[in-house]
Each structure stands twice: as C-alpha cells, then as structure tokens.
Write a protein that binds this ligand. Sequence first.
Ligand code: ATP
Ligand code: MG
Length: 343
Amino acid sequence: MIIRKNIGIDLGTHTTQIYLEKKGIVINEPSIVAFNNRTNKIVAHGTEAKKMLSRTPAHITALRPVVNGIIADFDMAKEMIERFLKSEKFPRSFITRSIVSVPTNLTEVERKSVEDLLKEAGASSVYLIEQPLAAAFGSQLDINYPTAYLIVDIGAGTSDMAIISMNGIVVSKRLKIAGDYLDQEIIRAVREELKLHIGEPTAEDIKIGVGSAVPLGERLEITVRGRDMLNGLPREITIKDTQVRFWLSRPLKVLVEALKDLIEIAPPELVGDVYKNGIYLCGGGSLLRGIGLLFEKEVGVKVWTVEEPLTSIARGTGIIAENFDRFSHVVNNFSRFKLGGTL
Ligand SMILES: Nc1ncnc2c1ncn2[C@@H]1O[C@H](COP(=O)(O)OP(=O)(O)OP(=O)(O)O)[C@@H](O)[C@H]1O
Ligand SMILES: [Mg+2]
C-alpha cells in the first residue's frame, strides 16, 4: 500500500531538517556525506559522516553538498536526501509532496536544481518557499495582515534578510556573511595574531563558547589546541571573549550595514511597521551572544530572537505541509524586489 504524506525540508549548509506530516521534525542531522573516492560510493551521511570530517583516511572524503545555502554537488546532495528519506522514520513506499525552504534571491537555475533533486529523490511534487517567509510561519507571526515584519535568518552559509507583509516577501537581501564566515575570521585571526593553525570545528567551538557581538557582563575564556606555525608542534592557548569580539566586529558591521540598506529601500509605510513590530532573528547565528543588542543599538529598532531559532524554518515548512490547501498560495512565490550588491 502506498501512503501519501507531505514533508517540509530545510536543506541548510550546516544542517538538514525534515518535517514529516503528523510527526514533526524527524530528521535533524548535519548536511554532510562521506564517500569512498576509489569506488565513488557514499559510506556515511549525516551525523555519522560528521564524525569523519577532517579525520578520514586518504580514500574517504567527507564533504558538504550544500554551500552557502545552494546545492554545490547535486549527486551527493540527492543521495544524502534519499538516504534520509529511507530512514526508519518514514513509512515504506510513500509518495510525498515536499515543501522545501530555499535562500532568498536564488536564480531560476538554482531553484530548478532544488526541485529536480527532490523529484529524483522520490517526491511527487515540490514547492519552494523562501527561508525568511518559512521562518515567519514557524514563529507564528501574523503575516497574513497588511503589516510588515523584518526577518533576519543568520545560518551557516548565508544571512537572509527580508521584509514580509501579507504572506509575501516585499524586499530581501542575501549575504554570504554568516556562521561559517565568522568561523573563518577566527581561523585567520588565530593564525595571524597567535601563530597557531586551528581547524573549523575548533573555530566554531571558540565562537559558540566565548563569541559575542557586544561587551558582556561576564568574562569568558576558552582553551583550545592547534598546530604552532613556527615549529609545527601542538600548542594550547587560552582565548578571551574580548579578542573574539574584536575579530567578529568587522563581519558583524557588514551585517548591520546590509540591514540598514534593506530598511532604506523599503517603502516608508513598511518601515513604520518594522519600527512598530521590531526585527525578528532566527537561524543558528542568532544565538551569538548580544547580536540582537548590537542590531538594536545600530538600527534603532527593537530586536527579538524567535523561539527555537535553529528549527523555525523547518517548522514553518511543516506548517505548510500540514495545511497545504490553506497555504498553497504562499509557495513558489518569489521576492518581487531584490537588493543586489553584497554577494
Ligand atoms: N550558540 C551559538 N552561537 C553562535 N553561533 C552559533 C550558535 N549555535 C549555532 N551557531 C552557528 O549557527 C550556524 C548554523 O545555523 P543553521 O543551522 O541555522 O544553518 P543552516 O540552516 O544549516 O545554514 P544556511 O541557512 O546558511 O544554509 C553555524 O555556523 C553555527 O556555528
Ligand atoms: Mg538555514
């Protein structure tokens, strides 16, 4: 017997989340595959593959098939999704209508690639929704009304900012300055200032452990290990919150400027609404200490972080999956006005 079920997917640079109708988020795993480059076969995906990242023997490669929110390796991304959909979480032989979240301002070719991927992975039909809009659904904002909300999704690969009104995106902007970029800034600063090579997982530990956007009430420190650039030997260092705040200040300033640009091009009525309703942050990057306070200070508008910011987009696609007939008008409906430039 074939079972019909709708699913919602957030195919992120860092994490893939799949929402199954009547069940909730059943997959929440790293967007990583590990494959054997002698046979070209995938040997692990998701959480298992993450454990192999940067610790693999020469013939095993672990890679991220989604880069900056966009499918970078179609075959690997397809197989990763197929493998997720084959897990015991999903009923056997089921047909699915998939609601997939995508970054704002994708080209038609990039959107088509997401559609093809899901169809080849077994979906009967595929509908796309831009991530800030999905986040607004997931956060239960009243976006059905003629009032505007500004949503900022700071993920791993991209930061997407959009002003939303009446179930649609009015203006939006996408930047590649997001979580991964902050990690790279930490790697560069530790190399240049402290003469130590560290890897991406260590940089992320530093960011999450002691990173902040504004001065904190407490002092934080983290001890990490890396390879000394001068003698090539392992070395341990302690890093303070003040250092990391300085390293992150330049990319965070770029985000602030982008936010100001977006507000500048928005129709005045909507700007008034944003002032009244505030700015809503989601995505893993919104968990950086003090990022809301920084935006609030620089932009002069109240900032809220949505509840459970790591899953708001997947939950948004899930709400549409559960009530597809009611919300079918919000999918495949792309931003009318785009602000280019920073990409
Ligand atoms: N407490 C934290 N402080 C700072 N950054 C964090 C924190 N927790 C997670 N992150 C960062 O959030 C990012 C992951 O967020 P998220 O899961 O929203 O990304 P994604 O959806 O996979 O990426 P994208 O939307 O860009 O495709 C990572 O860069 C991670 O380091
Ligand atoms: Mg995301």
